[in-house]
Design a protein around this ligand. Structure first.
Ligand code: ADP
Ligand code: ASP
Ligand code: MG
Length: 422
């Protein structure tokens, strides 16, 4: 059996942790499996390197001004961890060899700091496996079609692992992290959260894209497209039970029948409301076009009547894009003869995710009541086929998550939830 395992930063955060990971890898290898191990940088290494670059350059976001060099810098973190883990595995008496993303021939596009994998050749990894070695691959990195070193975006080691599992047609893909699996909500924010045993790729993708840090969204997307089942589990439990943690899979069988599968949240959203806009598709599409040309990505859009045949247009963007969006909207307001611009910053998006919501009316009404009772004001709503997202003040992020989690009895097993809902 070929297993791809990935260990996150906390899992290899110290010499002791690296030795514990080496021992786990050795146990699996001794059971006769072939192993490819993807590893993240130790502990907070990546954050520290970003801070260091900030101090040297004076830029708050050095990746904007020095994208190529940031990739050179940040890939060093994973390179250190992979070399150290390889040494520890060799000390266990096994053959092991480390590879950078480039050596593993993980070929990406040319977008520094946010590259996408185009193809994985992986010849040297296959060769190492054929020679009986454990192959250790530095996560979160590749080499571009122009032979430059690239990274896959923060949290991207998950993507390296799932893409390798797809390319090598692995039998299992295991993501080892610092919590027991994918929870119904971030267990550090919602005390009653529980591990979801099985979740579909689309639901997991929605959670990941909405801020559930435990999996990188691209990893889940690749898993869905190439049919890779992904198991998320803790590296801190010394138990080799292959069924523990969470299985992210395409097959529906065994999924819980709940209304909501999980919650995810993301801070740092801004809402801009332009009042007194001329009504009609023309002006609105002009606003959207202008924001797009300024490279501002818009999350929610809402229109409401402002009286006198005018409308108010509400858009939400990342806090980091708010200044650009303000400039664009002020210019347009003048040109279109619109009224004032109102702004609110530091909002959090709370996403309620679940295919169980489909054809079930009243989910939003229930959530809204729970938020109201918890004293949380809602500043916007958007929906997709499998999610409802509400915008709340950043200071109320945890209150909102806890209120919704409790109202839908998400901490309880599926049967109790269905009963409680009636
Ligand atoms: P790693 O370093 O292993 O990649 P991350 O820090 O990227 O780990 O992701 C794990 C963290 O994700 C957990 O410690 C947890 O706080 C956070 N998290 C957010 N949402 C969830 C969720 N729904 N289930 C599990 N963990 C979550
Ligand atoms: N070390 C990188 C980060 O902190 C990649 C990863 O951990 O997946 O973002
Ligand atoms: Mg991660």
């Amino acid at each position: 059996m070929l297993i791809v395992q990935k260990y996150g930063g906390t899992s290899v955060g110290s010499p002791e942790r690296i030795r514990a990971v080496a021992a786990r890898v050795a146990r699996a290898r001794r059971r006769g499996d072939d192993l490819v191990v993807v590893v993240s940088a130790m502990g907070h290494t990546t954050d520290e390197l970003v801070t260091l670059a900030g101090r040297v350059t004076g830029h708050e976001r050095p990746q904007n001004a020095h994208a190529r060099e940031m990739d050179m810098l940040l890939t060093a973190g994973e390179r250190i961890a992979s070399a150290l883990l390889t040494m520890a595995i060799r000390e266990e008496g096994l053959e092991a060899r480390s590879f950078t993303g480039s050596q593993a021939a993980i070929i990406t596009d040319t977008r520094h700091t946010a590259a996408r994998i185009r193809e994985i050749r992986g010849d040297r990894v296959r060769q190492a496996l054929a020679e009986g070695c454990v192959a250790i691959v530095a996560g979160f990195q590749g080499v571009s079609v122009e032979k430059e070193i690239t990274t896959l975006g923060r949290g991207g080691s998950d993507t390296s692992a799932v893409a390798l599992a797809a390319a090598l047609k692995a039998d299992r893909c295991e993501i080892f992290t610092d919590v027991d699996g994918v929870f119904t909500a971030d267990p550090r924010r919602v005390p009653g959260a529980r591990v979801i045993r099985r979740i579909s790729h689309p639901e997991m993708l929605e959670m990941a894209a909405s801020g559930a840090q435990v999996m990188h969204p691209r990893a889940v997307d690749i898993g869905a497209r190439f049919g890779v089942d992904i198991r998320v589990l803790s590296s801190f439990i010394d138990n080799d039970d292959p069924e523990r943690g969470t299985l992210i899979t395409s097959s529906k069988a065994g999924m819980e029948e709940t209304v909501l599968t999980g919650l995810a949240s993301q801070k740092g959203q801004s809402k801009l409301v332009l009042r007194g806009m001329p009504a009609g598709m023309g002006p609105v599409s002009e606003v959207m076009r202008a924001l797009a040309s300024a490279d501002v990505s818009v999350d929610m859009v809402n229109e409401a009547s402002d009286g006198d045949g005018r409308i108010q247009l509400q858009v939400t963007v990342d806090d980091g894009d708010a200044e650009k969006a303000r400039g664009v909207l002020r210019d347009l307001a003048q040109r279109l003869g619109a009224g004032e611009l109102e702004e609110r910053h530091g909002l959090a998006r709370i996403a309620m995710v679940g295919t169980g919501m489909t054809d079930r009316p009243g989910v939003y009404a229930r959530a809204y009541r729970a938020l109201f009772e918890a004293g949380v004001e809602v500043h916007g709503v958007s929906t997709s086929a499998i999610s409802i997202t509400v915008l709340v003040d950043g200071a109320h992020e945890n209150d909102a998550l806890r209120a919704i989690h409790q109202c839908f009895h998400m901490g309880e097993e599926a049967e109790t939830q269905t009963v409680a809902e009636r």
